[in-house]
Design a protein around this ligand. Structure first.
Ligand SMILES: NC(=O)c1ccc[n+]([C@@H]2O[C@H](COP(=O)([O-])OP(=O)(O)OC[C@H]3O[C@@H](n4cnc5c(N)ncnc54)[C@H](O)[C@@H]3O)[C@@H](O)[C@H]2O)c1
Length: 334
């Protein structure tokens, strides 16, 4: 089978993972890398041609699709160039840091009948897939309420991490909670109806803007989620707990990518779910890539796929509005 020829745009820490994932995936081939930072040219993989400008890269290489692994600012300019070449795009999360701009970008891609697939790799984790399987099995019954806790001390100055979150507004919400909110929608198979939230920044924070999020999410299917997420907890180990209380028991996930358990109402102990062996960041990106490639072949579905991310970005937007006004915010679904 002919491999899908990909141009990778943005060769930061995340772009480097994409280069490995493309290599690992039997359906894809990396044909070029484009980054505005010329210093990265000598760091790119051998035999891969390097460009500084996306239009030159596209004219020269004529790839089948593009991965945009750039920061979430000003992405419209790159979408426009890709549209000239009629290319589907796999873009990193968050699509934008502004809901209205996200709508404009999605309308643009819809008008051009092009796929804009947002890279939500956490959807492909074994914990995610097994949790969905467990819920569908009926063993623990119907989910009713949940607690999602993610307390992390994220050293934003580490060399291997991007630096722009140190200065942007609401870095936790746009960069991290977006993954969590998307997972909540994905696993409970429901959009969010209403949000009440506060955001704050502790006095010791190295970030310019709020790293703490406390939110209550009311889902359309009636589930209530109590969310605590932060990037500047004052302890260097990550505390993760996601518990779901259901009509016939509970599901408890104790680690971010592992330790998934359940217990029915009358059982005395938690039962651990066996998860398949998994290389974090690589296997999830590779699975996401396969899903993107399969979606490029299904032309009919692109509008639904393009719009989906708006329903997760809307939760971030509602948290910001709620924190600002002190009010519960209703969310429009797309
Ligand atoms: N899905 C995940 O788990 C995950 C993990 C990390 C980062 N990300 C996301 O990936 C994206 C990139 O993150 P990062 O950590 O690599 O950021 P980064 O800022 O460290 O690196 C981005 C790279 O893109 C380049 N760049 C910027 N604008 C460009 C443009 N218009 N054309 C070409 N190159 C350009 C920069 O020079 C830099 O090398 C962000 O949206 C981030 O949220 C996702």
């Amino acid at each position: 089978m002919k491999k899908i020829r990909l141009l990778l745009v943005g060769y930061g820490p995340r772009g480097k993972i994409w280069a490995k994932a493309i290599k690992k995936n039997s359906k894809t081939e990396l044909v070029g890398i484009c980054d505005i930072n010329k210093d990265l040219e000598h760091k790119n993989p051998k035999n891969i041609i390097f460009f500084h400008k996306i239009d030159s890269a596209l004219s020269y290489l004529r790839p089948d699709a593009v991965i945009l692994s750039t920061p979430p600012f000003n992405r419209m300019q790159d979408l426009k160039v890709c549209a000239k070449f009629k290319l589907p795009i796999l873009v990193e999360k968050p699509l934008t840091i502004n809901l209205e701009e996200a709508k404009r970008q999605i309308s643009f891609m819809n008008r051009h009948k092009l796929l804009l697939f947002v890279g939500l790799n956490f959807r492909y984790l074994p914990t995610t897939l097994e949790k969905i399987k467990l819920l569908n099995s009926g063993k623990v019954g119907k989910p009713n309420f949940a607690k999602f806790v993610y307390e992390r001390w994220r050293d934003g100055k580490l060399a291997r991490l991007n630096k722009y979150p140190l200065h942007m507004k609401h870095p936790m919400l746009w960069e991290q909670s977006i993954h969590h909110f998307d997972l909540i929608r994905f696993i409970y198979n429901s959009n969010v109806k209403k949000v009440f939230a506060t955001t704050s920044n502790p006095p010791w924070s190295m970030y310019k803007h709020d790293t703490n999020v406390n939110a209550i999410l009311e889902l359309q299917n009636g589930i209530i989620v109590n969310y605590i997420g932060n990037w500047q907890s004052n302890c260097k180990s990550l505390n993760f707990e996601w518990r779901t209380d259901c009509s016939k028991g509970i599901i408890v996930q104790k680690k971010q990518f592992d330790d998934l358990n359940y217990r029915t109402t009358n059982q005395l102990k938690l039962k651990k779910i066996q998860l398949k062996k998994f290389t974090m960041w690589l296997d999830d990106a590779s699975a996401l890539l396969s899903d993107f490639i399969n979606s490029t072949n299904n032309n009919k579905n692109f509008i639904k796929l393009n719009k989906d991310h708006l329903n997760s970005l809307s939760i971030v937007d509602a948290c910001i509005k709620s924190s600002k006004t002190g009010k519960k915010i209703s969310i429009k679904n797309y």
